[in-house]
Design a protein around this ligand. Structure first.
Ligand code: RIB
Ligand code: CA
Length: 312
């Protein structure tokens, strides 16, 4: 049964692989729209990047939208040191044929959800949660329409990647993350604890290099670039494929192990701003609000990703 999804992202090389995986699943996913948010790089680049990636995918019917250019409250932060100045460094940047819709992403999310049935639409979020929280604040009536929120964000045992205690997507807009985690709708969260189990490697890149299509070649270029920073930082052989975990979960949930937990987001402490308090052992007695992913079958994940890339 095809699942209706709205994708919200901040490309980002790993967001790009997430989009490539999502668009290679037409039987499983009905992508209603792709929204850009400020995150890895400023909005002016993430909105351009979704259009570039749309061209590379050969997309002609899924609309692209620009969203929020800064977080709800905190000062914006970007990650060019990880993703490069353009956000999707590793490929030649070009002026895309795909054009952004005139409507803003938040308007698109609100209008699409309001016209949907209850529990009909899945939100896939792989950047700061600003667009999603803004839609919820503007129109709370959208909440019952959300079937599930599948988010890349947070950290527990793995610690933070942008501060000692916070993961980037949550840290950039912790107030937005708090709103989403407290919204009461089903959430599946893929934090660093699970995304750091799917680092790329030379053999993964070799397998992708064997694929003879435009998407695979773009993937190889971006992952080669994306790997340089995290490989050095984590003394690894490549980069963690954070964002594709969301789509892999929708396509093959059996690849993952998740646990029902209460998650709260720190929005006050300067030291731990953006920390996700994942109550894995139920010590707070607070009701669970999230399915927290803590394990993934690495080989199965890369087999899925590479097989789907081969379909382009
Ligand atoms: O912390 C990793 C997350 O932050 C990923 O989504 C990456 O693309 C960046 O947005
Ligand atoms: Ca991202």
């Amino acid at each position: 049964m095809q699942r209706k999804v709205i994708i919200d992202c901040d490309p980002g090389q790993d967001d790009a692989l997430m989009l490539f995986l999502a668009f290679a699943a037409p039987k499983e996913l009905n992508i209603l729209g792709v929204c850009a948010v400020a995150g890895n790089v400023p909005l002016e680049k993430t909105q351009r990047n979704i259009c570039i990636l749309s061209d590379i995918i050969g997309n002609e019917n899924v609309p692209m939208f620009a969203g929020c250019d800064k977080p709800l409250t905190n000062v914006g932060l970007t990650a060019e040191h990880v993703h490069g100045r353009e956000g999707i460094d590793g490929i030649d940047i070009f002026s895309p044929k795909t054009k952004l819709q005139p409507k803003g992403a938040v308007d698109f999310i609100v209008e699409t959800l309001l016209s949907a049935a209850d529990d009909e639409i899945t939100l896939v979020v792989t950047g700061p949660l600003t667009n999603i929280a803004s839609a919820m604040l503007r129109e709370p009536a959208i909440l019952p329409k959300i079937r599930e929120i599948v988010v890349m964000g947070g950290a527990m045992r793995e610690g933070g990647n942008i501060t000692p205690s916070a993961e980037f997507n949550i840290f950039v807009d912790p107030h937005a993350a708090k709103i989403v985690f407290e919204c009461g709708r089903p959430i599946a969260a893929f934090g660093l604890d699970v995304t750091h189990q799917v680092f790329t490697s030379p053999s993964v890149l070799e397998r992708i290099a064997m694929l003879d299509n435009r998407v695979a070649k773009a993937s190889h270029g971006m992952l080669s670039f994306f790997g340089r920073y995290d490989a050095q930082k984590y003394r690894a052989q490549g980069a963690p494929l954070h964002d594709p975990c969301t789509i892999a979960y929708l396509l093959q949930p059996e690849l993952f192990e998740l646990k029902s937990c209460n998650i709260r987001v720190e929005t006050d402490s300067e030291l731990t701003m953006g920390h996700t308090g994942v109550d894995f052992w139920g010590v707070t007695g607070l009701p669970a609000n999230t399915q927290w992913a803590y394990s993934v079958h690495r080989d199965g994940f890369f087999d899925l990703l590479i097989e789907r890339l081969s379909r382009y």
